[in-house]
Ligand binder design. Structure first.
Ligand code: FE2
Length: 419
């Protein structure tokens, strides 16, 4: 019998779910796919990596980021109030100077930063409230240019609202025609509650007309009267779009009274929509008008998860007018989620890891091609950690990133020497 030759062979990797460091497997990769997984593969390979009994995981999924504004913190000025709304004003000034080249350079630099830390699936929002649609065009070009090493989805996101200016509705539809994958919205920032409701209905119409997914910035405010989530759930139930729909942020859900929240939870379960919380940004931007007690401003992640709804975590911003920090590391995001959502139980920490991996893939509707299993595309990472609890606790280095069957990056963990 001839010995198989793989393109890449990972020796002694510990898959998620395996409990002991001794329970390791070899993973054979050929033609961009995972060809075999077994405790010991009798095979040769063009390239071999030793995982040394450490965690082999599917890649991180960044389900919510704004690549068009990334790396612009301080331009033209710093957000001194730290609020969402000063951030929108500053971005309104910065976006007057956008060029295709400017957006592409920053987006690709950010994607490289993310990929080196194990992120291989990304959903970015592109502001389509600007008349030239520069951010959108640039990010569509980036989507094409990076497709050999990272999968990018682009959301047509009307940052200033669909009805705040007469041309915005047309711009949103034009952005979808140009090739956006997802229709976005921001109902809580429309001029009136009625406009907000109307905007949600329009988003659903467009998604059905152009066969797009939906991802709405929904109730990103501490106002307990901001109740567009119920409108999104109702539209998802009536249209049957369900899991094709995502409500991002929903921070007001944390401020609702429990009687209303309990009723709403039943409708959410009926709707089967996805949720994205952005713990780093929510804890920073929300609660700014509170004195004390000061709200955490993060949606009811634990309760949604307990009810079986799909929740993922996003980074949202990296060095932009809303958040001047961030490196694109999804373990930072998961760690903040553990803290701010009080998900410190052993299974809850594991769930937070799922929120930056498989749950994100589900939100992006890419779960069929996701996971470390025979027959799947060979997208996987090897971490400097024995399991996902250790990975989050230590914000472990991603030692190897394998994308589409090829070794993309290799990072040496920091080592301290006592002298
Ligand atoms: Fe966002």
């Amino acid at each position: 019998m001839s010995i198989i030759t793989y393109d890449l062979l990972i020796r002694r990797g510990k898959l998620l779910g395996l409990t002991s460091r001794d329970e390791v497997v070899d993973i054979g990769i050929k033609d961009g796919q995972i060809a075999d997984i077994a405790p010991k593969l009798e095979a040769s390979a063009k390239q071999e990596l030793d995982a040394q009994g450490q965690l082999v995981s599917p890649p991180f999924v960044e389900s919510h980021i704004h690549l068009d504004s990334a790396l612009t913190a301080g331009e033209p000025r710093w957000n001194e109030s730290g609020t969402l709304f000063e951030g929108i004003q500053i971005w309104g000034e910065r976006k007057q100077n956008l060029t295709i080249d400017d957006v592409k350079k920053r987006a690709i630099a950010t994607l490289k930063q993310q990929a080196a830390q194990g992120v291989l699936l990304v959903r970015t929002h592109a502001d389509v409230s600007e008349p030239q649609l520069i951010a959108l065009q640039a990010l569509l070009e980036v989507r094409e240019e990076v497709k050999d090493w990272i999968t990018l989805q682009v959301v047509a996101f009307p940052q200033d609202g669909i009805y705040s200016k007469p041309e915005n509705e047309t711009l949103l539809e034009k952005a979808i025609k140009l090739g956006a994958d997802v229709v976005g919205g921001i109902p809580h920032y429309e001029l009136t509650r009625e406009d907000g409701v109307r905007s949600v209905h329009r988003i659903f119409e467009l998604a059905q007309q152009y066969d797009c997914l939906i991802d709405i910035h929904c109730d990103e405010i501490d106002d307990d009267q901001s109740r567009f989530l119920e409108v999104v759930a109702a539209c998802a139930i009536r249209t049957g779009l369900g899991s094709r729909v995502t409500a991002s942020h929903t921070t007001a859900f944390a401020a609702y009274n429990n009687a209303y929240a309990y009723k709403l939870m039943g409708f959410l379960q009926q709707s089967q929509i996805n949720f994205i919380a952005n713990p780093l940004i929510n804890i920073t931007l929300q609660g700014r008008t509170d004195t004390y007690p000061k709200r955490r401003g993060v949606t009811r992640v634990k309760e949604l998860w307990q009810q079986g709804l799909n929740v993922s975590f996003g980074h949202d911003c990296i060095q932009d007018p809303w958040y001047s920090l961030g490196t694109g590391n999804m373990l930072d995001v998961a760690s903040m989620g553990v803290h701010v959502c009080q998900m410190t139980g052993r299974h809850e920490i594991d769930a937070c890891y799922e929120m930056v991996t498989q749950n994100g893939a589900k939100t992006l509707h890419l779960e069929d091609n996701y996971g470390v299993a025979v027959g799947k595309p060979a997208n996987l990472i090897v971490l400097d950690a024995s399991d996902c609890y250790e990975a989050i606790r230590r914000r472990a280095t991603v030692r190897y990133v394998i994308s589409q069957g090829k070794l993309l990056t290799c990072t040496t963990p920091q080592a301290t020497e006592w002298l």
